[in-house]
Design a protein around this ligand. Structure first.
Ligand code: GS8
Length: 225
């Protein structure tokens, strides 16, 4: 009997990727919620390098780093394929997934952490990311005629990016601005709604209200405001 265990926290977009990927493949797994201020011995043992969630433990062997975990899940269980088959399309999906980590995540985190002009800059950066991803979606979905970044099937980049949607209202609230998803980025707006209908995404994503409440409590605790 194979053993699959996920170490994560419900609020982490990186952890949500792993849950969505396992749900999409129909893999049975055990979920262990971590408290990052008091990490379990298992987490420290399974990810001694970064000491971060998420970690996938498959038959005792750890796999770390969410995008690597999603690719591992794709390799290890072969029901549906997350990555496209053509090498160039695979490279493109990986490039944009990496972009969500390096640029999108960073801009969102700065909106929550910073104030004044630095925060204004972060908001501009986030909107630029939306613009770029709208263009990527247009290209990868044949001008919007296919439903997902991966074309007709939900795939790697869809899994990598959709968890951020649960944080959009939090970015808006902290930055006191509106992300004009439906008007300025209509393909992304429709894509988010489509993804939200999937059982895997419903299972993997917390409600945006809960994320916002958590983020506000954290700010109060850390910054006292
Ligand atoms: C990022 C994981 C991460 O930041 C990935 O898996 O894709 N590149 C990695 N994990 C955070 C929680 S989510 O913000 C974490 O575990 N932090 C604990 C710590 O830094 O001590």
């Amino acid at each position: 009997m194979e053993q699959v265990k996920v170490l994560s926290t419900w609020i982490s977009m990186f952890g949500m990727r792993v849950v969505i990927a396992l749900e999409e493949k129909g893999v049975k797994y055990e979920y262990q919620e971590e408290v990052l201020s008091n990490k379990s011995d298992l987490l420290l043992q399974m990810n001694p390098v970064h000491k971060k969630i998420p970690v996938l433990v498959h038959n005792g062997q750890p796999v770390c780093e969410s995008l690597i975990i999603v690719q591992y899940i794709d390799d290890a269980w072969d029901s549906t394929q997350f990555l496209p088959s053509k090498p160039y399309d695979r490279a493109l999906a990986r490039f944009w997934a990496d972009f969500t980590d390096k640029k999108f995540y960073d801009a969102g985190a700065r909106i929550m952490r910073l104030k004044d002009e630095a925060q204004e800059q972060a908001k501009r950066d986030l909107l630029e990311c939306f613009q770029l991803l709208e263009g990527a979606l247009k290209e990868m979905s044949a001008g919007g005629s296919l439903p997902f970044f991966n074309g007709k099937d939900f795939g790697f980049l869809d899994i990598a990016f959709i968890p951020f949607a649960s944080w959009f209202p939090t970015y808006e609230s902290f930055g006191n601005f509106k992300i004009p998803l439906d008007t300025e980025y209509p393909l992304l707006g429709a894509w988010v709604k489509r993804c939200m209908e999937r059982d895997s995404v419903k299972k993997g994503l917390p409600s945006p209200d809960k994320v916002l409440e958590f983020a506000m409590q954290t700010r109060k605790r850390v910054l006292g405001d």
